[in-house]
Design a protein around this ligand. Structure first.
Ligand code: BDR
Ligand code: CA
Length: 323
């Protein structure tokens, strides 16, 4: 008997590692991707949307609608990551063919709310970028969004950040949005930057295997060329990091998770540049007893925080989907 596919919406600031996650999701037989929604983050919104269209083209599988969303964070100016992903987010290559799909005109937030409203409480969301679209949907229709059974979010730093000592890029770009999502009551799986630090890193051998696997394997490696070239310059050999594909794998292959803890998670929005966007995990177990009189009421754990995945298992999974 065939089991029902998991219905998901993917929200992405599509640049090079998001592109790999999109290719994987669209090849994954256990998933039904209902929509891809885009958000400003790694690159401005227009590029993120174009890159999502390109990724769908190269994935060579299902072609879900693509809805452009927020073009800037809720309260702060947009800060991008071109140094990691290239000016266009896809390694600044001239060899890719033109996207064969176009984005819809409907705003991502309207599309998310409609799909969740019309669904049967079974539509999960995977976020690969800043949480601006999700926060806007929650602010607009909190009750509708309570129908989402789980959000799997690539974001947050369990121990140390990649953009400041304490903050990971997606939470740092729009900490206000990340905190709204954490306070929404929707169950969360937070796949931190650290989860990809070992498992999501592809060195020379893995890059060669992936590149030779298929045209889409070549696409996955080539769009990450800015990272690859940065590594050749700094380390002397090619290497890329894939945090977003790691988040997708945490959803579809939870047996690859080797390190996680449960917590009540919030995100710092008031801090200085040392702590803005920092993920704060209250891990005090129920038996800890009463909390201090100086804090609000005790909050239940709403998040599973993933900080480690199986490197070989992840690469095998990626290779199988891409070949
Ligand atoms: C995250 O930030 C972006 O650069 C990546 O696409 C990923 O979503 C890693 O911190
Ligand atoms: Ca991303």
């Amino acid at each position: 008997m065939q089991t029902a596919r998991k219905k998901i919406i993917i929200d992405t600031d599509t640049a090079s590692d998001d592109a790999v996650a999109l290719v994987m999701a669209l090849r994954e037989p256990t998933l039904q991707v209902l929509a891809i929604t885009t958000v400003a983050g790694n690159v401005p919104l227009e590029l993120a949307t174009k890159n999502a269209c390109l990724s769908v083209t190269y994935a060579g599988g299902a072609r879900p609608p693509i809805y452009p969303g927020a073009d800037r964070p809720l309260c702060r100016p947009l800060r991008c990551a071109e140094g990691i992903h290239g000016k266009d987010g896809m390694g600044d290559q001239s060899c890719f063919r033109a996207p064969e799909v176009e984005a819809e005109r409907t705003h991502a937030v309207d599309a998310i709310l409609r799909l969740v409203r019309e669904g049967e409480g079974d539509i999960e969301i995977v976020t690969l970028g800043p949480l601006t679209n999700l926060a806007l949907a929650i602010l607009q229709e909190p009750e509708t969004m309570k129908r989402v059974p789980r959000i799997t979010a690539m974001g947050g730093a369990a121990f140390y950040g990649n953009t400041s000592p304490t903050a990971e890029f997606n939470f740092w770009v729009d900490a206000e949005a990340a905190d709204i999502v954490c306070r929404s009551g929707i169950p969360l799986t937070i796949v931190t930057g650290e989860a990809g630090l070992e498992a999501g890193v592809l060195g020379p051998e893995k890059l060669e295997l992936l590149e030779a696997a298929s045209e889409r394997g070549w696409f996955c490696v080539t769009c990450n060329d800015t990272m690859r070239q940065n590594s050749i310059r700094s380390r002397g050999y090619p290497q890329i990091g894939l945090p977003d594909p790691i988040a997708l794998a945490a959803l579809t292959r939870p047996e690859l998770i080797t390190g996680s803890f449960d917590a009540h998670v919030r995100v710092e929005t008031q801090g200085s540049d040392l702590t803005y966007g920092m993920m704060v995990c209250d891990r005090r177990p129920p038996e800890y007893g009463a909390v201090s009189k100086h804090e609000g009421p005790r909050q239940p754990f709403q998040a599973k925080v993933v900080y480690e995945m199986d490197p070989e298992g992840f690469f095998q999974y990626l290779y199988e989907l891409v070949k």
